[in-house]
Design a protein around this ligand. Structure first.
Ligand SMILES: Cc1cc2nc3c(=O)[nH]c(=O)nc-3n(C[C@H](O)[C@H](O)[C@H](O)COP(=O)(O)O)c2cc1C
Length: 205
C-alpha cells in the first residue's frame, strides 16, 4: 500500500470525533503498511466548488468546456492514486455535510469515473478499501440507550449507493453514535467503533 487518501469534512478540525477516530484508522493501517503515505484532503478547510453552470455545460460538451473540470480532475486524480480511502464525517441533518456532497459531485462524473450503460451506471475506478467513519450526536442504527427511536439515516445508505457508482464497492462503515450525549456515551461509542475496527482490519488491508 503506497498511499491512503484521508477525506475529512468536520468543521471542528482536530477536535472532531470523526477526525479523532479517523486518525486511529490511519494509525492502524499505517502500522500494517509502514511505508504508506497519507494524503490529507480537508474539505471543511478547503471546500470543493459547487456544481455551477460551466460544470453542467462541460458534462454535456467536455471538449468545449474542459476548464470547468479543473477542480474535479485534481480530486479524481487523488482518488485514482489512493490504495485505500478513509472518509471521516459527521452526520449533519441525517446525511453528509454539504462539503462532502460537493466533493461527491466533483468526483462522480460521467465518462470519467462512471459510464452510463443500458444496464445502468458502471464505475470505472479500480476498487480499493474504503473506511467510512461517521460521528453523530444521536443514534441512527437503533434506538438510543434510553429508548428514543432511531433517527433517519440518509448518510450511510447514500455513501453505500454513490461510491459503488464509481467502482468503490469495498466499504467498511464505523459509527460513533451519541457522541454529544455525555462522556459515558462517547466512551461507549469509541469502544464499540474500536472493536469493529480491530475486527475488520486483518482482512481489509
Ligand atoms: C448542522 C448540524 C447538524 C447536525 N445534525 C445531526 C443529525 O441529524 N443527527 C445527529 O445525530 N447529530 C447531528 N448533529 C450533531 C453532530 O453529528 C455531532 O456533533 C458529531 O459529533 C459531529 O461529528 P464531529 O465531532 O466529527 O464533527 C448535527 C450537528 C450540526 C452542527
Amino acid at each position: 500500500m503506497k498511499e491512503i487518501l484521508y477525506i475529512s469534512c468536520s468543521p471542528k478540525a482536530a477536535e472532531a470525533t470523526s477526525n479523532r477516530f479517523g486518525q486511529q484508522v490511519l494509525d492502524r493501517i499505517c502500522a500494517r503498511h509502514p511505508s504508506a503515505r497519507i494524503n490529507r484532503r480537508d474539505l471543511a478547510l478547503t471546500p470543493p466548488p459547487f456544481v455551477d453552470a460551466a460544470f453542467c455545460a462541460a458534462i454535456m460538451n467536455p471538449a468545449a468546456n474542459a476548464a470547468a473540470f479543473d477542480a474535479s480532475d485534481v480530486l479524481i486524480e487523488e482518488l485514482e492514486r489512493a490504495d485505500a480511502l478513509v472518509i471521516a464525517t459527521p452526520m449533519h441533518n441525517y446525511t453528509v455535510p454539504a462539503v462532502l456532497k460537493a466533493w461527491i459531485d466533483q468526483v462522480v462524473r460521467i465518462r470519467r469515473t462512471f459510464a452510463s450503460t443500458p444496464t445502468g451506471k458502471v464505475g470505472t475506478l479500480k476498487d480499493r478499501p474504503v473506511f467510512i467513519v461517521v460521528a453523530s450526536g444521536g443514534w441512527f442504527t437503533g434506538p438510543s440507550p434510553a429508548g428514543t427511536p432511531a433517527q433517519p439515516d440518509f448518510l450511510t445508505p447514500y455513501l453505500r449507493a454513490v461510491l459503488p457508482t464509481i467502482g468503490l464497492t469495498t466499504i467498511h462503515v464505523l459509527t460513533l453514535e451519541g457522541v454529544t450525549r455525555g462522556s459515558d456515551a462517547l466512551a461507549a461509542a469509541w469502544t464499540n467503533a474500536m472493536q469493529s475496527l480491530e475486527r475488520i482490519l486483518p482482512t481489509a488491508t
